[in-house]
Design a binder for this molecule. Structure first.
Ligand SMILES: Nc1ncnc2c1ncn2[C@@H]1O[C@H](COP(=O)(O)OP(=O)(O)O)[C@@H](O)[C@H]1O
Ligand SMILES: [Mg+2]
Length: 313
C-alpha cells in the first residue's frame, strides 16, 4: 500500500509489518516497462544521508508499486546492509558487473520486499577504481549494464560512495538525474562547488541528459539556528533545486539500518518516516511519474497503464 503524503503531518501505518531479512537469489523478473528513470545519489562528503535517502526512497517507491532497483556503488556496502542483506551470502555484486562485465541481471539480489531488487556491494568494490584504470570506456560500464535491465524497472537508484572517483563518475554517466543530499551542518556547502563541476563535466563529455533533480536537506535540527541558516544558505546556492521537504535529525532514522529496515518498516509513525514519505511524494512529481502504479493504494485514482504495472514475483 502506498503511504506517501504531500504534507508532513498525519499518522502512518497500514498494518504492514517489517518484511524480514531478504533472501539471496537471482532475479527472475521479466520486462514490464520501457525505460527506468535512473537517479544517482551523490555527494563526495560522507555522512550526509546518501545511503539513508537511497534506501528509504527505494523502499517507499517499491511500496507504491513502482518496480525499483537499488544499485550499491559504495564499497562500504551500507545500502546493502541497511536492507538487511548478508554480504557473506552474496553470489555476485556491483564489482562483478563493473570489472568483469557480468550481465547485471545475474548480479541482482531479489529482496523479500515486493518490487525491490538490489545489486549489492562489498569491500571488494574498492579495487574497481584501480582495476578499471586501463579499461576501455571505463566510465560507461555501469551505464551499459543498466541499459540491459532498464525495461524491468520504473526507477533505478544508485547509491554513490563518498568520493568523486571512477565509481561516482560511472553512476553519473549511467543516470538521467542526480540527487544531492546535504547535511544541515557547518560548512555544508564545502565541496559542493566541486561536485557541481564534476556533474557539469560528466554532462558535457559523457552523459548530456544528466540533470540535478534536486537537493535534499538532511539531519535538520529545529533546536539550532545553524540548521535554519544552512538551509537558507543552500537555498541561495540552489534557488530552484532544493526540495520543500527537509529531513529532521532523528534517532529512529539512525537506528533503522542496524535492524536491516527502512524507517517505514522500523517506525512508520516517526517524524523521519513522515519526512521521507513527503520527500518521495515530491520526487515522484519532479520525475514526472504517474501517481502510483498501485491505483488501489491511492483510493482508485488511475495509475500507470496496466502493461506497465509491476509484476509480483
Ligand atoms: N536524518 C537523520 N537523522 C539522524 N541520523 C541520520 C539521518 N540520516 C542519516 N543518519 C545517520 O547518519 C549516518 C550517515 O548517513 P548515511 O546515509 O550513511 O550518509 P552517507 O551515505 O552520505 O555517507 C548514518 O549512521 C545514518 O544512519
Ligand atoms: Mg553511504
Amino acid at each position: 500500500m502506498c503511504l506517501l503524503r504531500r504534507g508532513a503531518s498525519g499518522a502512518t501505518g497500514d498494518g504492514e509489518q517489517a518484511l524480514g531479512v531478504p533472501s539471496i537469489t537471482r532475479a527472475t523478473t521479466r520486462a514490464v516497462t520501457p525505460t527506468a528513470s535512473t537517479i544517482a545519489l551523490a555527494n563526495q562528503k560522507g555522512g550526509v544521508g546518501k545511503t539513508t535517502t537511497a534506501v528509504n526512497a527505494a523502499v517507499l517507491l517499491a511500496r507504491c508499486g513502482y518496480r525499483v532497483l537499488l544499485v550499491d556503488v559504495d564499497p562500504q556496502g551500507n545500502a546493502t546492509s541497511s536492507l538487511g542483506v548478508a554480504k557473506a551470502a552474496l553470489l555476485h555484486t556491483t564489482y562483478d558487473v563493473l570489472v568483469d562485465e557480468l550481465p547485471i541481471g545475474q548480479a541482482v539480489t531479489v529482496t523479500d520486499r515486493r518490487n525491490l531488487d538490489l545489486v549489492a556491494s562489498t569491500p571488494t568494490l574498492a579495487g574497481a577504481e584501480v582495476e578499471l584504470v586501463e579499461a576501455p570506456e571505463r566510465e560507461h560500464r555501469l551505464a551499459r549494464a543498466l541499459a540491459a535491465v532498464a525495461d524491468r524497472y520504473h526507477v533505478i537508484l544508485i547509491d554513490c560512495p563518498p568520493s568523486l572517483g571512477l565509481l561516482t563518475v560511472n553512476a553519473l554517466t549511467a543516470a538521467r538525474y542526480v540527487l544531492i543530499p546535504i547535511q544541515c551542518e557547518f560548512l555544508a556547502l564545502e565541496g559542493v562547488g566541486q561536485l557541481v563541476t564534476t556533474i557539469d563535466l560528466v554532462k558535457q563529455r559523457l552523459n548530456p541528459p544528466l540533470d540535478v533533480i534536486g537537493v535534499l536537506m538532511t539531519m535538520f535540527d529545529a533546536r539550532t539556528r545553524l540548521s535554519t541558516h544552512v538551509v537558507e544558505e543552500v537555498r541561495r546556492f540552489f534557488p530552484h533545486r532544493i526540495f520543500g521537504t527537509v529531513v529532521p535529525r532523528s534517532i529512529r532514522l539512525a537506528e533503522a539500518p542496524s535492524f536491516g529496515q527502512a524507517i517505514i518498516e522500523y517506525d512508520g509513525g516517526s517524524r523521519g518516516a513522515r519526512a521521507y514519505e513527503a520527500f518521495v511524494g515530491e520526487l515522484i512529481e519532479r520525475v514526472g511519474f504517474d501517481p502510483s502504479p498501485d491505483a488501489s493504494a491511492l483510493g482508485g485514482r488511475p495509475g500507470i497503464p496496466s502493461d506497465r504495472v509491476a509484476v509480483t514475483k
